[in-house]
Structures are given as C-alpha cells and as structure tokens.
Design a protein around this ligand. Structure first.
Ligand code: NAG
Ligand code: NAG
Length: 593
C-alpha cells in the first residue's frame, strides 16, 4: 500500500518541475492553487496524499478507500474544510486530527465504531462536524468538550442507544443536533443541559415511544423539533412546557391516538406536521393557541374521520394546508376554511371526498389547490369546480388529475373534460323542483290531519266532566283541594278518557268545559307560567295513579308548605278574574301539541 503510494509520488515528482514541488498535485486530483483547494474524489487512494500544497485550505477526498485518518492530515495545518466521506475509516483515535483552523469536517459514510475520548482534541475552530452513517454506538463522556465553537453536529444513522449525561459537555455554541435514525429509547434530556444555544433538534426515527414531562426543559432556545417515526404513543401534557418558543414541530408517522394536548401550549408554532398517526378527530381545542400557525400537515392519518367545523378559528395566519391521503376522510365542513385570509395552498389530494362544497375552498385567494385523487361524484353539485377549472386554467389546481368516480356513466372521466350537459344540471334542478312540490303537498296533508285530529279531540273532551267527577269521588285527596283556590288541577288523561302519565289535562271548574283542551305537560306548564309567574307543577302520587297537578303557589297537604295550606293562598290571590278570562281565551286558542 505504502509502496504503491510511494511509486505514485515518485512518478508525480518526475512529471512535475521541481519549482512546483510545494504545490504538487497528484494525477487523479484537481488542485486549485489560487483558492488552495484540492479535490481527489473517486481517486482510489488508500492514504491521504502527502505532497499537496502545505498551505491548502480545503481537501475533498470522498469515495476513496482510506481507512485511517489519524495524523494523516497533520502536514496541512491550515486546513479549513476536510471531506473524507464515503471511505473506510473505522476509528477516530486519540488526537488524530489536530487541525486548529479546521471549520468543517465530514466523516459521513465511513465505518467508524470507535471514537476515543480525545478524538477531537485540537479542533477548537470546528463549526460543522458530520459523523452521519457510521456505526458509532457510544459517545464517551466529554468527547466533544474541545468543540466549543461547534454549531452543527450530525450523528444520524449510527447505532447510538443511550447518551450519557456528559456526552455533549462543552458544546456551548451548538445550534443544530441531529440524532435521527439511531436506537435511542428515550429522550436524552440529561445531556441537553450542556446545549444552551440549541435551536434545532432532530430525534426522528428512533424508538422513543413516549415523551416525558419537561423532556426539553434545558433547551430554552429550541425552535425546531423533529420526532417523526419514533413509535410515539404518549406525549406528556407538559412535554413541551420548557420550549415555549418552538416554531416547527414534526410528529408525523407515530402511533398517537389523540391529538397531544401538549401542543396547545406552543403559541409560537408556525409549522406542525402531525400526519401519519392514528388520530380520528381534530377538534377546535387542538389548535386553540396556535395563533401563529402557517403550515399544517395532516397527511396519511388512516383513522382521521372528522375535522370539526371551527378547527381553524384560532389560526388566522394559516397559509398552507396539506391534508392528503386520509383514507377515512369523507367529509369536510363547508365553513372549515372560512376566515383564513392568508391561505395560499390547499391540498386535499387522495382523500375520500365525494363532494366538495363551493364554500369550502376560498379559491379566489389561493395560489394552488389540489382535489385530485378523491372519489368525486361528478353531478350538478360539482359544476362550480368544473367551471372554475375552465375559467382559471392558470391557477394550479392539478385539474388534469381530477377524475370522476361516479355517477357510473362518468366513472374515470376527467372532470375538466366533461361538457356542461354531462353534469346534468337541468335534470337535477327539474327533479329538485318536483321534490320540493311533493314535500309541500305532504306537509300540507300532514298539517290538515293534525288540525282534524285536534278538532276531534275537542269533541272527545266533552267526557272531561265525567272524569272530574270520578276524581271527586275517588279516595285520593283531590277532594281536599279547594277547586276555587287551586283552579289548575291537572289530570294525566288521554282523549279516550283514560288517565295516562305524560299527558296532561287541565280541568278547571271555573272554566267552561267546552274550552277544555288537552296539552302536553310542558306546554301547559309554560302557559300557566306565563299567566302567573308563581305557578309551578306539582307531582302528586296518590293511590295507584300519578296526578300531575299544578297549583298557583302552594299545596294544602304538602309537608313542606303546610303552614300556608289552610290560610289564604297568596298565589291564588294573584290570579284574579282577569287572569281567568285571559286563561279562558288562551285555552281556546291553544293547539294540541
Ligand atoms: C396531481 O395529482 C396526481 C394524482 O392525484 C398526482 O399524482 C400528482 O403528483 C399531482 N401533482 C402534484 C404536483 O401534486
Ligand atoms: C351529487 O353527489 C353528491 C355526492 O354523492 C351528493 O351529496 C349530492 O347531493 C349530489 N348532488 C345532486 C344535485 O344530486
């Protein structure tokens, strides 16, 4: 291996004039001496060439077969950017890369399993470090301590299952941490204490399953959080309590069964993705405090059936709504998007909508909308959409993909290629008129019948007198009611003269029996209430019959009001003759309910 490189070196020396030794460039590299950059991509190198310009600032050497970087770049002390991605590096040894001016280091797509405790010693200028797609399973405590200028650390696609409390010690400048696609089983909250400036945290594609209370409390400046594909089923109510400034939250493709209440506290949120969960319903309180929300993704929620009418009432800034491929979503309230003055893009692609109400989409203000892939029934009700697509071909509405799924003779036809006649507007409206006419006739007959029955009832009410007599002679204490004092005694009573609970009848000795009318208890009660505000119903269970009685104020034999029972009844006093006349007139005008 070394012999080979030596040969390459010798050949190169021979080929290049001695004067250019200091800027010698291997044959398979491109070197730019003005900018001090070297690119040796796909050069097949096993080792780092040692003959480059020692002043070089940037070495890009991806897709080679370099297995060892320890001390390999020591001669290039002025390196600022180093890309060794897609090589065979398996270990980051002790002080292997002491490059004090290095800002960017890319070691992604290698086979690193071991990172020694002081592997990053001397890299104090480093701002970007990517270790993506290696096989790191453990991060020694304090391993990043020298990197106090590091802003971005990418550890995605490794095998990290736990992160020790001290692993991120010293990363005081870190703004973005990517831990996506590891094997984390819980949010490493303890280690976040060293990341006071973190703005963006990506924990996606781990197996977190739950987020605890105050999980992110140390990350006071966090603005973006991804926890998609984490098998999350539980998000603690206080999970986001410490990150009130969060602007972007990605929770898609988890196992959430309900909309997490914790989201409600995020009043700065401008983008939320909660698609791909098992949430059946979005209700108005779910988005209640998200007054700055601009983008909402609700795609591939297989259980999503219902979106409450007022859901967006508190999100006036919404600009984009992505609600696609929800296999249970058959209906959207027509007023769902009312008041969203900033709305620009709406995609309702691939849901199960058969019909789209013309009031649903504020199409005049939209830059684009997409209703393709729904099982639309192309009838008269959709002619507004058909017309719109014809009139506004320049607005993006993916109309060339909007097909009909019914009626059967139009199945699979494109909506925009139908003719006006095919939408059957005339036929539909003719049928509509017919339906209205039939309904009117039906209603007319019904009213007639009711009036007829009411009339008949008045006739059968002639039996009332008998029933009153029955009551008078029966063993119940009706007899003790002074009919003059308590004129509104009501007997549950049917038109056929049988007492029945739930029906009410208002015999009153002071009234002309011909004016008797049967009433429902509620109607009678509210009528009497209107005559005298102290009137109230009393249920009097005596013998086997339930007497529903209504007195003016108090009952003579009631335990609770016995003090007023035998003396003059103030309730009655308030009902004078005039009232009774009113009552009489009103009874006559009452309709059976
Ligand atoms: C338009 O709709 C079709 C079918 O629903 C889909 O395949 C296509 O991606 C859509 N176009 C865009 C740009 O979304
Ligand atoms: C058109 O079809 C939709 C969906 O089946 C239905 O709700 C609507 O009433 C129909 N409109 C007319 C005018 O028949």
């Amino acid at each position: 291996m070394f012999a080979l490189s030596f040969c390459v070196l010798l050949t190169s020396i021979w080929a290049v004039p001695a004067a250019r030794w200091s800027a010698f460039c291997p044959a398979r590299c491109q070197c730019n001496d003005a900018e001090l950059t070297v690119n040796c991509a796909d050069a097949g190198f096993e080792v780092v060439p040692l003959t480059l310009n020692p002043m070089v600032k940037q070495i890009t050497i991806p897709r080679n077969i370099i297995a060892n970087v320890d001390s390999a770049f020591g001669v290039y002390a002025h390196l600022e950017a180093l890309d060794v991605s897609f090589n065979l590096v398996s270990k980051l040894g002790s002080r292997g890369l002491e490059l004090r001016e290095l800002r960017r280091l890319d070691l992604s797509h290698n086979s690193i399993t071991i990172v020694e405790r002081d592997a990053f010693e001397g890299l104090e200028s480093l701002t970007h470090l990517t270790l993506k797609r290696n096989s790191i399973s453990e991060l020694p405590s304090n391993v990043f301590t020298p990197l106090h200028n590091l802003k971005v650390l990418d550890l995605s696609q490794n095998k990290i299952s736990t992160i020790g409390a001290g692993s991120f010690h010293g990363l005081t400048s870190l703004e973005r941490l990517v831990l996506r696609s590891n094997s984390l089983r819980h949010v490493p909250s303890d280690s976040f204490v060293y990341l006071p400036n973190l703005r963006s945290l990506d924990l996606g594609s781990n197996v977190l399953s739950m987020v605890d209370e105050a999980a992110f409390d140390h990350l006071k400046h966090l603005e973006e959080l991804s926890m998609d594909q984490c098998a999350l089923s539980v998000v603690h109510l206080e999970a986001f309590s410490g990150v009130a400034g969060l602007k972007k939250l990605y929770l898609q493709n988890n196992n959430l069964l309900v909309f997490p209440r914790a989201i409600a506290s995020l009043s700065e949120l401008d983008e939320l993705n909660i698609g791909g969960n098992l949430i059946p319903k979005i209700s108005v309180n779910d988005l209640r405090h998200l007054k700055k929300l601009k983008k909402l993704h609700l795609t591939r929620s297989e259980n999503l059936e219902r979106i409450e009418e007022d859901v967006f009432r508190h999100t006036p800034e919404l600009e984009e709504l992505w609600m696609e491929f929800n296999m249970q979503l058959e209906h959207l309230p027509a007023s769902l998007l009312n008041h969203l003055r900033q709305l620009r893009k709406v995609s309702l692609r691939g849901n199960k909508l058969k019909y789209i109400h013309p009031a649903l989409l504020p199409i005049e203000q939209l830059e684009s909308f997409d209703v393709s892939g729904n099982p639309l029934v192309c009838n008269c009700s959709l002619s507004w959409l058909w017309q719109h697509m014809a009139n506004r071909p320049h607005q993006y509405h993916n109309s060339s993909a909007v097909r009909c799924n019914g009626p059967s003779h139009l199945e699979s036809d494109f909506l925009k290629s139908l003719s006006d006649g095919q939408l059957e507007c005339r036929g539909e409206s003719g049928r509509g008129i017919l339906a209205v006419m039939l309904t009117s006739v039906f209603v007319f007959c019904l009213v007639g019948m009711i009036l007829f029955l009411a009339w008949r009832r008045r006739i059968t009410d002639a039996r009332v007198g008998t029933i009153i007599k029955d009551l008078d002679s029966s063993p119940v204490n009706y007899a003790s009611y002074d009919n003059h004092k308590y004129p509104y005694i009501i007997q549950p009573y049917t038109t056929l003269g049988r007492p029945i609970s739930g029906q009410a009848f208002a015999p009153n000795a002071m009234l002309d029996p011909s004016s008797y009318t049967t009433l429902s208890p509620n109607a009678l009660q509210s009528y009497l209430m209107s005559l005298n505000s102290v009137a109230r119903p009393i249920v009097e269970p005596t013998s086997n019959r339930a007497y529903q009685t209504l007195s003016c104020n108090s009952r003579p034999n009631s335990g609770t009001s016995s003090s007023t029972s035998t003396t003059t009844d103030p309730g009655y006093e308030t009902i004078d003759r005039q009232h009774q006349q009113q009552q009489q007139q009103a009874y006559q005008s009452l309709i059976y309910v």
